[in-house]
Design a protein around this ligand. Structure first.
Ligand code: HEC
Ligand code: HEC
Ligand code: HEC
Ligand code: HEC
Length: 169
């Protein structure tokens, strides 16, 4: 094999291996997280989320708006990601766990979840104010209802808090 051909094949191999890792992380839906994150003594995150504004984000949309990509990109996790990455997540879940914590297909096992560093290397993300701002201060369509309250991270994050009282963070 000549040098140019070798470099070409190496290049291809690098492109494919990066593409494969990025695309392997898929969105599995809140029901999968519920299995482990709905215990009352550990803060029942699923129940708290279900009762909060994000699980109801699709209820704000009427009729055809429920299929309108312009609205779905902020009112539903499924509508905000590439459809090829959906593995169980449905649009009617609204804004669910994986919009803030990252696609769960590869970090969802207990052994990985218990090791935060490992979970972060398998698609989990630490939610920051930037995560929220992508939707809350993102470009809304003309005529969109005005927010009831001006954006304030510290206040808003308290409204959706779902701490686990048994962990340190
Ligand atoms: C098989 C059980 C299991 C499943 C399924 C699961 N988790 Fe976890 N998760 C755990 C365990 C165990 C921990 C470690 C903390 C603890 O003991 O509760 C954890 C920790 C976490 C943490 C805290 C990480 C940190 O240290 O800051 C987040 C956030 C989280 N999980 C989100 C999710 C999301 C989102 C899903 C669904 C996509 C999910 N988990 C699915 C078991 C699970
Ligand atoms: C850039 C993100 C974004 C886009 C795009 C978007 N929304 Fe929203 N929407 C929000 C956020 C965030 C809220 C919460 C209130 C606020 O801060 O504006 C909201 C709130 C609403 C509410 C009020 C819900 C309530 O409970 O009071 C309605 C109705 C609504 N949106 C409809 C729509 C429709 C219809 C579309 C598409 C034409 C759309 N939105 C597109 C982010 C978005
Ligand atoms: C709108 C964003 C958002 C959504 C949706 C969301 N979370 Fe969280 N979650 C957060 C934030 C912010 C924290 C606090 C992170 C910190 O303290 O570092 C958190 C913390 C957690 C923790 C760690 C709690 C602790 O004290 O150790 C777990 C577990 C968790 N979330 C699971 C879930 C599950 C399961 C769902 C869906 C049922 C969900 N989250 C939905 C933003 C979100
Ligand atoms: C994928 C888009 C998206 C992300 C990311 C997101 N939100 Fe939201 N959020 C919404 C939408 C849409 C609503 C409106 C739901 C409704 O009322 O129908 C909302 C509503 C809320 C509300 C209720 C506000 C009100 O006036 O009714 C709070 C509080 C909130 N979000 C906090 C947060 C925080 C804190 C974060 C980041 C940790 C975050 N959100 C991330 C889309 C998002």
């Amino acid at each position: 094999m000549n040098f140019r051909k070798l470099m070409f094949l190496l290049g291809l191999a690098i492109i494919f291996s990066t593409a494969a890792t990025a695309q392997n992380y898929k969105y599995i839906g809140a029901a999968k997280c519920k299995m482990c994150h709905n215990k009352p003594d550990k803060g029942e995150q699923f129940k708290v989320w279900e009762a909060g504004p994000h699980a109801k984000a699709m209820d704000a949309l009427q009729g055809d708006e429920k299929n309108d990509a312009t609205c779905l990109k902020c009112h539903s996790t499924a509508g905000s990601v590439d459809s090829g990455l959906l593995a169980g997540l449905k649009a009617d879940e609204g804004v669910s766990c994986e919009s803030c914590h990252g696609p769960g297909s590869h970090y969802k096992s207990a052994a990985i979840m218990k090791n935060k560093k490992m979970a972060l290397s398998k698609g989990m993300t630490d939610p920051t104010e930037e995560t929220c701002k992508a939707c809350h201060l993102g470009e809304k369509p003309e005529g969109h209802v005005a927010p009831k309250k001006a954006w304030n991270f510290d206040e808003f994050v308290k409204v959706i808090a779902h701490d686990d009282p048994t962990t340190t963070n």
